[in-house]
Structures are given as C-alpha cells and as structure tokens.
Design a protein around this ligand. Structure first.
Ligand code: NDP
Ligand code: 8X3
Length: 264
C-alpha cells in the first residue's frame, strides 16, 4: 500500500490514454501503468470489458480510470471523444496507439476486400484519427510520449500477411514521420514492434476459429502481453533527453519470420 501511494505521488495527475484496452497488449498496458500510479483513459468497442477493468484498477491502485467506448475507424466518434477530454481539461501525458488487428491470411489474388478495409482502417486510419486530435492537446503542454504499437510485420513479410504487413509498414512510416513532425517539441515518439504475442490477435485474425488460433502459439513460448507492457513502462520512464524511436521484440523462439517449434 505504501509503495502504491508513493507511485501515485510520483505520477500524480498524469493520464495514459490507451486505445484497444479491452484485451491483450492494451489491457496489459493499462495494468502496468496503473501499477506505476498513472491515471488511465481506456478505450475500445467492448464496454463491458472496459467497465470491469476500470473497477478492478481503480480499486487496486487508487487511481482514476476513465473509459470511452468508440470505434477508432469512426472519425466523428474519435473527434467527439477528444472534445470530451478537452471539456474535462484532461490532456493525456502518454498516448498508446494500440488498437489494431489482422484479418485472414489469404493471398492477394484471393483476398476479401472487407478484411483489407478493416485492417487499413483500424491500424492506419484509426491511429491517424486518434493522433490528429490528441497530439494538438499534448503539443499545447509541450510534454509527453506517444507509443505506437507496430509489429515485426512492419519490418519483414511472411506468406499470406500481405495487407497486414502493408498496414504495419505504414505504422512504421507514421512513427518516423511523427518523430520528425514533433522534433521542435518535447513530445517523444516510440514504436514498439513485437513478434508473436499470445493474445486474442489470432482469434480475431481467424474470425473466431479457436483451433486455428491456438495452433499459432503451439510448440514454443510466445511473448505475453505483459512483456510488451513492461517495455512500454520502461520507455516511459527514461529521462526527458532520451527518445527511443523503435524497439523490435521477438519471443526467443522466433527470429524474423522463423518460429522454432518443439516438434519442428
Ligand atoms: P487483441 O485482439 O487481444 O486486442 C486488440 C484490441 O484492439 C482490443 O482491445 C480491441 O478492442 C481493439 N480494437 C480492435 N479494433 C478496434 C476498433 N476498430 N476500434 C477500437 N478498438 C479496436 O490483440 P493484441 O493485443 O495482440 O493487439 C494489440 C496491437 O498489437 C495491435 O495493433 C496488433 O496489431 C499489435 N501486435 C500484436 C501482436 C501479436 O502477436 N498479438 C504482435 C505485434 C503487434 P474491441 O474489440 O473491444 O474494440
Ligand atoms: C502480429 C504478429 O507474427 O502476425 O503483428 O506479425 S505477426
């Protein structure tokens, strides 16, 4: 309890805004930053999960957790969310652009257009919408950090990954661009680019097919969502002069696109 109170004093009144906090890496970031005593603004589409998380973290860490339910692909909803924060006079100190997904693993010539739209609209346009409305608020305070959750899929291609790769290569480009655009501010920008992390990612990719999703993580130890959250906390705890632009993080059993499975 004493430790928790000390942390709260350290980060008093600093908010971390996390998109996609209802599951996986986003949820783990919420827990990790709550442990550090930050207040949270958690967002996603599934309200029931956000409410449970809010109650759990407020009780445990004596912090404020605000939740907002919206789809990052919905430009008007994102704009409306940002203006609600402005009306409350709340400016996030840290923005974690995490909401994202892959859908299917078809070849381009067999691709499903709707899946492509979901990937590009969520991973790229969603990140842009949120950044467009939150960054000006952060710039006014001239302090803070943006963490973009990219992927090793933004660095190297595997078969069937096509449009997901295109989206994550775009996140890599936007991370570099954001760094340049903010060079005359004190706002730091980092992308954390993980390899395989066991979350609901594959369940979403395979449209609820649990058996197929499970196979992705069989025969080796994938990263856990909390591994990425710990790294986000590390990035956020560097001195003001240190800007980590990009971190690539693989499970030990994965090197580039190769995963060493026990039975392989
Ligand atoms: P999960 O499926 O567990 O979590 C994804 C989160 O994104 C959920 O909270 C979901 O919330 C939210 N989300 C998805 N679409 C939208 C949307 N349109 N609007 C708002 N929120 C949305 O997957 P991960 O935690 O693994 O994924 C998080 C990020 O990490 C993604 O950007 C992913 O690309 C990236 N990543 C994942 C890796 C992995 O192996 N798992 C590796 C590298 C990167 P809800 O459905 O409630 O809206
Ligand atoms: C998610 C992990 O391996 O599908 O970005 O690229 S992977």
């Amino acid at each position: 309890m004493i430790l928790i109170l000390q942390h709260n004093i350290m980060h008093k009144n600093k908010y971390v805004l996390i998109t996609g906090a209802s599951s996986g890496i986003g949820r783990a970031c919420a827990v990790a930053f709550a442990q550090e005593g930050y207040h949270l603004i958690i967002t996603a589409r599934r309200e029931d999960r956000l409410i449970i998380l809010k109650d759990e973290l407020e009780d445990k860490y004596n912090i404020i957790v605000l939740y907002y339910t919206f789809d990052v692909r919905d430009h008007d909803a994102v704009k409306d969310f940002a203006s609600k924060l402005e009306n409350l006079d709340i400016v996030p100190h840290i923005l974690i652009n995490n909401a994202g997904l892959a859908v299917s693993r078809n070849k381009i010539q067999e691709g499903i257009i709707e899946d492509w739209e979901r990937m590009i609209d969520t991973n790229v346009k969603g990140l842009l919408y949120v950044s467009r409305y939150i960054l000006p608020m952060m710039i006014k305070k001239n302090t803070g950090l943006v963490i973009n959750i990219g992927s090793t899929a933004g660095h190297i291609i595997y078969p069937g990954g096509n449009v997901y790769h295109a989206a994550k290569y775009a996140v890599k480009a936007l991370n570099e661009a954001m760094n340049l655009d903010l060079v005359d501010t004190n706002i730091k920008v980092c992308s954390i680019d993980p390899g395989a992390v066991e979350t609901e990612f594959s369940l979403v990719r395979f449209k609820g097919d649990e058996a197929n999703a499970k196979k992705v993580y069989e025969g080796y130890e994938a990263l856990e969502a909390s591994d990425i959250a710990d790294i986000a906390v590390f990035v956020a705890s560097r001195p003001a002069r240190v800007n980590i632009q990009n971190l690539i993080v693989y499970p030990t059993a994965q090197r580039s696109v190769y995963v060493h499975k026990k039975d392989s």
